[in-house]
Design a protein around this ligand. Structure first.
Ligand code: FES
Ligand code: FES
Length: 163
């Protein structure tokens, strides 16, 4: 097995890690950096539980090798809250009843963040499309979609007050 030294930024922190060639980004986050908020649902790119942002884009971290992340900037669910304050999408999920289990919720949060960054005012179809890769058999997604709408309003209010 070959090992590689990689450097990357995770949730704003510079990290230098040594990873085996076959280690996925998901395993590196969970096992090497102890960032267990990124979940292992299927290990096959189908459930979205392992979604993180890589250079601003949502990816399934179970389908990416850690070694491919040399020089990358990552955001995981642990990086959403700042200074003890929940991110707008986290607060909105609580407020609108969109919190599901600990397996699917982190991926939903990250996908929603990616959507709201590129489209601060998405309509329902756009929200559904953004979350299509985040699977949960336990919900009809209605409250999750409502939560994303609430988050969009919260972010707009935040932008207004800090402008
Ligand atoms: S664990 Fe990666 S998509 Fe399911
Ligand atoms: S998979 Fe999390 S509540 Fe359904």
């Amino acid at each position: 097995m070959n090992y590689h030294k990689i450097s990357l930024t995770v949730n704003g922190s510079q990290e230098d890690v040594i990873v085996p060639s076959n280690m996925t980004l998901m395993r590196m986050l969970r096992e090497t950096l102890a960032l267990t908020g990124t979940k292992n649902g299927c290990s096959a790119g189908e459930c979205g539980a392992c979604t993180v942002l890589m250079n601003g884009e949502p990816i399934n971290s179970c389908m990416v090798l850690a070694v491919e992340c040399d020089g990358a900037t990552l955001l995981t669910v642990e990086g959403l809250a700042q200074d003890g304050h929940l991110a707008p999408i986290q607060a909105a999920l609580i407020e609108a009843g969109g919190v599901q289990c600990g397996f699917c919720t982190p991926g939903v949060l990250i996908s929603a963040v990616a959507l709201l960054r590129r489209n601060p005012d998405p309509d329902e179809a756009e929200i559904r499309e953004a979350l299509v890769g985040n699977l949960c058999r336990c919900t009809g997604y209605e409250r999750i979609i409502e939560s994303v709408k609430v988050a969009a309003k919260k972010q707009a209010a935040l932008a207004f007050t800090t402008a």
